[in-house]
Design a protein around this ligand. Structure first.
Ligand SMILES: [Zn+2]
Ligand SMILES: [Zn+2]
Length: 137
């Protein structure tokens, strides 16, 4: 089988990674923690199996933070602050698709999470399924 490799990196380029395999679609979380992470309406991620994900550069520059009292965690570049892929669960990485240098042209938002917590100015206008709270596929 032909293997498609998609590359991703942070803004300064010190940290790079690659994916193989195809994500199903984009999850957009509107919760207050993800909104503070980005300073925007939340964060978009695609889920990729851990076996299909690999850091290729700068793994020692990754900073990690777990919100006290939560299982919510984030990874970011210690140089430029770009949000990075993070462990989503036992088997998947959550990858912000905005980091990808190529690929992902066919991505669509398929799920909106924590819509009850979204910002007042955040108008959801796509066809993604809206969940008032979290959602596990
Ligand atoms: Zn960086
Ligand atoms: Zn969230």
């Amino acid at each position: 089988m032909e293997e498609n490799i998609t590359l991703g990196k942070c803004n300064c380029g010190d940290i790079e990674f690659e994916l193989t395999g195809q994500a199903k679609g984009v999850f957009l979380c509107h919760c207050s923690i993800c909104r503070r992470l980005t300073g925007s309406n939340g964060i978009a991620v695609v889920l990729i199996g851990k076996k299909d994900f690999r850091w290729t550069r700068g793994e020692d520059r990754i900073s990690r933070w777990t919100k006290p009292g939560h299982d919510w965690k984030s990874c970011f570049c210690s140089v430029c602050g770009s949000t990075l892929p993070v462990d989503n669960d036992e088997s998947n990485m959550a990858i912000p698709p905005g980091l990808l240098s190529d690929g992902g042209q066919t991505f669509r938002v398929i799920h909106h999470l924590w819509v009850d917590s979204k910002a007042n100015w955040d108008d959801i206008g796509d066809a993604g399924q809206q969940h008032s709270k979290g959602y596990k596929q």
